[in-house]
Design a binder for this molecule. Structure first.
Ligand SMILES: *Cc1c(COP(=O)(O)O)cnc(C)c1O
Length: 371
């Protein structure tokens, strides 16, 4: 036991003490142990990770790299140059981050203080509200309509004098649909900073980057976690107005992107055709899975432009079906409360994983109390 000199723990900021944790995905071994199943028998499709892994060239490049004793370049010269080719945007408009999660965090710290708010059409990615909470801000969640499309009028009506950022996600996680350009423009016309998160761009091919030259208040985010299979190395990028990028470069942690991530990124971009071939395989598999899921009575798969499919199960049975999947060693994404409590999201994995998920859903959704 540690010696206590009679001092209490100094009080933390109230908004930090009240923070809800972000539920990340658990490691494979933890899940295997929980299900009592060997790790190599587990099907883990809860994080939209790439089932094919990184480019095969990445491990060689990392093994051969000689300079891990040096700090990375705080000005990201090489990174911004190679990312410029990838984004088709000049280097001075780019900032690389420790995952696009860090870009979200940096933007919030630049714009949102205690009492300010951000606006996000929900359901959507949980990181926006999590990082907003760390800044002492509030997230105004504007419900999407019955087809999970953005309700433009409700979005505009939600804006207050304390609103600073609108978060858009295209394709949206977890619903899989894209934001039509007319809606993006309408929200940009509000004058608030609009952050367009394109984490799944490669799976759909539609981007807001051409709008960067028209709107100073647009930021486009991309990541190498999903299409390039680098989730574990943490590398993402934001494209924005050059003056905003300059300020972000000045306030970010100097060595925010580690050298292993930089080597992996550079190598991956040299193998872009190979990686895009795998993206195409995932898209083909997604469309096959959609057809198979659609055949299951009592299950409604939502059309997706990304590398996952949101499945609606019979009312009141979300938890039971999710538990049934877990006990079969199949780990998908489930939200225990709110509008998505009868929805389960599956990432697109390898073909044999698709077959196992489809079979498990067919068995579980057919239950006796099915409609
Ligand atoms: C997965 C995901 C991210 C996270 O990206 P990282 O680069 O791994 O931090 C960002 N946005 C959305 C919508 C995602 O689904």
């Amino acid at each position: 036991m540690t010696q206590n000199n009679g001092q209490d723990m100094p009080a933390m900021l109230p908004h930090i003490q009240a923070l809800n944790t972000y539920e990340g995905v658990d490691p494979m071994e933890v899940m295997a142990e929980r299900a009592g199943i060997a790790p190599d028998k587990i099907i883990r499709l809860n994080g939209n990770e790439n089932p094919y892994g990184p480019s095969p060239r990445v491990s060689d490049a990392l093994a051969n790299f000689q300079n891990f004793n040096h700090y990375p370049d705080p000005d990201q010269r090489n990174l911004r140059r190679v990312l410029s080719g990838y984004m088709n945007v000049p280097p001075e408009m780019l900032v690389a981050g420790n995952g696009s999660d860090e870009m979200i965090d940096l933007l919030l710290r630049m714009y949102v203080g205690i009492g300010d708010n951000v606006i996000a059409p929900t359901p959507t990615f949980g990181m926006y509200s999590f990082s907003t909470g760390i800044c002492g801000g509030e997230t105004i969640s504007v419900e999407r309509d019955e087809n999970f499309e953005i309700d433009l009028e409700a979005m505009k009506a939600a804006i207050t004098s304390k609103s600073k950022i609108i978060f858009l996600t295209s394709p949206n996680n977890p619903t899989g649909n894209i934001v039509p350009e007319a809606q993006t423009r309408a929200l940009l016309d509000t004058g608030l900073l609009v952050v367009m998160d394109e984490a799944y761009f490669e799976f759909c091919g539609e981007t807001a980057t051409p709008l960067l030259s028209e709107y100073k208040n647009l930021v486009v985010l991309r990541t190498f976690s999903k299409w390039a299979g680098l989730a574990g190395l943490r590398i993402g990028v934001g494209a924005m107005d050059p003056s905003l990028a300059a300020t972000m470069m000045a306030m970010k942690p100097p060595y925010n992107v580690n050298l292993a991530a930089e080597v992996a990124l550079t190598t991956s971009l040299e193998d872009t055709p190979g990686l895009l071939e795998r993206v195409q395989q995932i898209v083909t598999e997604r469309d096959r899975m959609m057809v198979e899921l659609d055949k299951i009575p009592n299950l409604t798969p939502w059309p997706s432009r990304a590398n996952f499919i949101l499945c609606q199960v019979p009312e009141g049975r979300g938890k039971e079906i999710f538990d049934g999947l877990c006990s079969r060693g199949i780990f998908l994404r489930y939200w225990s409360s709110g509008r998505l409590k009868d929805y389960i999201r599956t990432s697109i994995g390898l073909p044999h994983e698709t077959d196992a998920v489809v079979q498990a859903f067919a068995e579980l959704c057919g239950g006796s109390d099915a409609a």
